[in-house]
Design a protein around this ligand. Sequence first.
Ligand code: C2E
Ligand code: MG
Ligand code: MG
Length: 669
Amino acid sequence: MLQLLKIMMDSNMPLLISALIVCIAGSWITVRIMARIAATPGRQNHSWYLQCAAAGATTIWCTHFLALLAYMPGVAGLLNIPLTLFSFVIAAVGVLAATVIAATSKSRMGPALGGAVLGLAIAGMHYSGMYAVEFGDHMAWSLPTIALSLLLGIAFGTLSLQCLLRSGNRHREILATVLFVAAIAGLHFVGVSAMRTHMMSADLMASGNAPVVLGVALAITTLLLVATGGNSFSIDDATRAESYERMRQMALHDALTALPNRVSFNDHLDEVIEDAKEKGTQFALIGIDLNKFKEINDVRGHAAGDVVLVTIANRFTEMLGEGEFVARLGGDEFAAVHLTSDPDELNAFVARIEEAINLPIPIEDYEVTTGGSVGLALFPKDATDKETLVTRADLAMYRAKADPLRTVAYYEPAMDETVREARALAADLKTAMEKGELSLHYQVQTAIATGEIFGYEALLRWTSPERGEVPPALFIPVAEENGLIIPLGEWVLQTACAQAAKWDASYKLAVNLSPVQFFHPDLYRLVKETLENTGLSPARLELELTETSIIDDKQRALEIVRRIKELGVSIALDDFGTGYSSIDTLRSFPFDRIKLDGSFMQGIETNSDAAAIVRSVLALGRTMNISVLAEGIETPRQLEVLRGEGCVAGQGFLIGRPARPEALGLQSA
Ligand code: C2E
Ligand code: MG
Ligand code: MG
C-alpha cells in the first residue's frame, strides 16, 4: 500500500491525470457498447463487437502506458515497439472474447465469466506491456503482488460485467464503469508495485519534457478515438430513437389521411376526460359520418373515395384551433373533440366541420360533394365516462343521419329511449315469431287496361296482444338490424309460396326481399328449395328488391339476380323513384318489372312535375321493355291518368286493400 502511494506521489501529475481521464471515459464508452450489444442481439452487432474491442483495448492499453510514463518518463526510450503493439492485440482479443461470452451466454453467470476473461485480458496486456520495456537485468518481480494484481483485475472485471448485464439497478451502467475502472487501475498500480528495478535513477526518471508531450499526445489521440466510438454510439441511439418515433407515428396515425387513428383518439379522450375531471371543465365530443362516401366509392371508384377522405382530412387539419382534435376512426367515420363549454365557440367549430364536409371536392376533371352527419355529446352534462359519451355522440349522429332536415344533432335523453324501445321491439318480435303472432296479407295487382287480376303481393303483418297492429315499416328495420330478418324472411317466403301454390295457377305471387336477405349466401338455396317443397311454379314467383339492396355491391348483386332468374323466378324493382333512381341501375339489371313508388300518385292529378316523372318512367319502361306497375293508386282519377298514359299494371287501396287470403277468396293452406 505504501509502495503504491509512493508510486503515485512520485509520478508526473499531468500524465497521471490524463491516464485517469482516459481510463474513465474509455471505460464508460466500452460499458455502454457492451450493454447495447447484450440488449439487442442480432447480426448488426458484428460491427459493435469490433467497436467494443477497439474501445476497451485502447482504454486499457493507453491507461497503462500513460500511467507508466507518468511514473517512469524515461521508459519511452526503452520500448520494444513490436512487443508493445502485441500487448494491444492481447487487450483487443481479450476484450472481444469477454464481450462475446458476457453478451451471448444464456447462463446466469455468463457475464461473470466474461468479466473474469476481461480481468485476464487486462493482466495479459499489462504484463506483456511491461515485458516490452527493455529493462535488461535490472528487473525483479514479486510473485505474491502479481497474484494480488490478477485477483483484483479478475474480481473487479467479474463484478463489473455481472452488475452491467444481470442487475436490475437503475445506475448499473455507472456502477459497471466504476468497477471497470477499478479493474484496470487496480491491476495496473498493484502490477507496477510488483516490479522492482534498480534502474530508477537517471535512465528512467530523466528525459525532460519529451515523455510528457508524448503522453499528452497519446491521451488526446485516445480520447478522440474513444469519442468517435461514443459518437457513433449516440448516432445509432438517435437513429433507433428516430425509427422508434416513426413506428410510434405509424401506430397512432391513419396511413391514408395522416390523421390520428382510433387508438390515439381513445388515448386522447382518456386524457381529456381525466383533465376535465381534475379541473372541473367541460368539453364536447363530436361524431362525424360522411353521407355519400359509399356511393362515391361505388360509382367513381376507390381512388376517388381516397381523394375524398384525404381532402376532408386536410380541411379538418387546417381548421383546427387550440384545444381541438380530429381523428379518423375508420372508413368514412371521424371524431372530434372541442375543449370549451362556450356554446358560441362550439357552434363555430361545428360550422367549420360542416364546411369541411360540405364543400365540393375536385377529383381530376369533376367534383363531388359528400356531406355528412354530425352528432354531439357534452362532458360532463351528457355522460361522465368514455363509453357512454361515445355511445351518446353516436346516437346523436345517427339521429342527424336519419333526419333529412338536419345534419347536426345534439344528444338528448329521448334518444336513449328510442334505442331502448327498438331493443324491446326486437325482443318482442322474436317471441312473436314463436307465438305465431305473424301472418301474411295479400294485396291484389291488376292490369290497368282491363282490370284483370294477375297477382298478389304478400305483405307481412304483426298483431301483438300488447302492442296491437305493428306496421312493417316499424319492425322490419329493427329485424334487419339484428339479423332477425333472415328467419322472418324465410318464414314469409315459405308461407307465401305454400299458400300461393293452392291458388288459381294464373295468379302470380310477389314477395318482398330486404337487402340483408338479398345478400345472404343462402338466398339462392332457400328460393330453390322453397319452390321444390311447395310445388309453386317458378314462373309464378316475383321477388321485389329495392335499389338499396343493389347499390352496396352492384357486381355481386348482379350475379345474385342472374342466378335467381336462372331458376325461372322474376325480379321487380320496388319503390322506384324514392332511392337513387339511377337509369344506370335499370340498364344494367335484368328487371322484369319496375314498381313506381306510391308517393308519385298524390301529385299525379294536380302537380305537373309528378305527372312528368310518371310519364318519363312509363316511357323508359316501354323503351327497355320492362313492365311498369304503379303503386298506391287511391282515386279513380289517378287510375284514369295512368290508363291514359298507358301504364300496364297497378296496385292500391282503390283496387284492393291488403287482406287475409280468405277475405280475398283465395284458398289458404
Ligand atoms: P311495399 O313493398 O312498397 O308495399 C306496399 C306498401 O304500400 C304496403 O304497406 C301497402 O299496404 C301500402 N299500400 C298499398 N296500397 C296503398 C295505397 O293505395 N295507399 C297507401 N298509402 N299505401 C298503400 P305495408 O304493408 O305497410 O308495408 C310497408 C313496407 O314494408 C313494404 O313496402 C315493404 O317494403 C315492407 N314489407 C312488407 N312486408 C314485407 C316482407 O314480408 N318482407 C320485407 N322484407 N319487407 C316487407
Ligand atoms: Mg313491395
Ligand atoms: Mg313499394
